[in-house]
Design a protein around this ligand. Structure first.
Ligand SMILES: C[S@@+](CC[C@H](N)C(=O)[O-])C[C@H]1O[C@@H](n2cnc3c(N)ncnc32)[C@H](O)[C@@H]1O
Length: 260
């Protein structure tokens, strides 16, 4: 169960993700993050469509998972992240397998003099916007650096199931019976303890309602083109029966937003 976040600002986000970078990166490399690889990652990639030849900025790129997926599909990619350690790991992967990605340590809410207005065709963000303390500020920057007609294609945790109270009730054998959800309307930062990775770590995310997200997108000047709630495919379920819970309730939300 998450705890209420104590302080959530750019400094605390940088510090916690710096501390998380090694276990998060090595866990991903070891296949720990199978929800990403088996279904929400492929669904996010599909929603981006053909990115070949496009100038693409990936916000909260971490160690570069989504940036690399986009570069492999022909985009010219820049990745930014607030955590220097994440960017160090991303650059190491780029050195090992060069895809022409440029990485910079930046707060996505303050891209400032780094990128001119209208310098990207697409902005992406893979499972990172909710981890940023100033989401409206980030969306304002995403809109600013996009060309008119450009798109923001993002994945976030699903606001309806990523609530301050969330617990699976289990039967005597330990099987998941149903997901108990409460306190959806209690907005604010929540601290998450990530267990079962190569080392445990804690990060903070912002819980907001769907209405909040929609208002933030609209106020930044975006229009909603498409929205998806990805589910594991039958093939993914056959390969990974542990994904069964994600075929019952929505854990993730994908958004395709346009700058008119
Ligand atoms: C859950 S990780 C996702 C990383 C990567 N996109 C992926 O899919 O593996 C969230 C990332 O957001 C980054 N982040 C948090 N706040 C940020 C901010 N204000 N600006 C840029 N990156 C930020 C963190 O450092 C972390 O790497």
């Amino acid at each position: 169960m998450p705890e209420p976040g104590r302080n959530f600002d750019a400094e605390s986000a940088r510090a916690s993700w710096d501390a998380a970078a090694d276990p998060y990166g090595s866990g991903q490399a070891a296949g720990r993050d199978y929800y990403r690889y088996e279904f929400f990652g492929p669904a996010h990639i599909e929603l981006c469509g053909d990115v070949s030849g496009l100038r693409l900025l990936d916000l909260g790129c971490g160690n570069g998972y989504f940036a690399r997926e986009m570069a492999e599909r022909g985009a010219t990619v820049t990745g930014v992240d607030i955590s220097p350690r994440m960017i160090e790991r991303a650059r190491r992967l780029e050195d090992e397998t060069p895809l022409g990605i440029e990485y910079r340590v930046r707060d996505a809410a303050a891209l400032g003099d780094s990128f001119a207005d209208g310098s990207f065709d697409v902005v992406t963000s893979c499972m990172a916007l909710q981890d940023m303390p100033d989401i409206p500020g980030v969306l304002g920057e995403a809109a600013r650096v996009l060309v008119s007609g450009g798109r923001l294609v993002a994945s976030i945790v699903h606001p309806c199931t990523d609530t301050p109270f969330r617990e699976w009730e289990r039967d005597e054998a330990g099987a998941k019976r149903w997901l108990c959800i409460d306190r959806y309307f209690e907005r604010g930062p929540l601290e998450y303890r990530w267990v079962g990775w190569s080392a445990d770590f804690t990060t903070t995310s912002m819980h907001a309602t769907i209405e909040d997200w929609f208002r933030w997108f609209r106020e930044a000047g975006f229009v909603l083109h498409d929205l998806r709630e990805p589910q594991p495919t039958p093939a993914a379920l056959a390969a990974r029966p542990e994904l069964e819970d994600a075929a019952r309730v929505p854990y993730y939300l994908l958004l395709d937003l346009g700058k008119p």
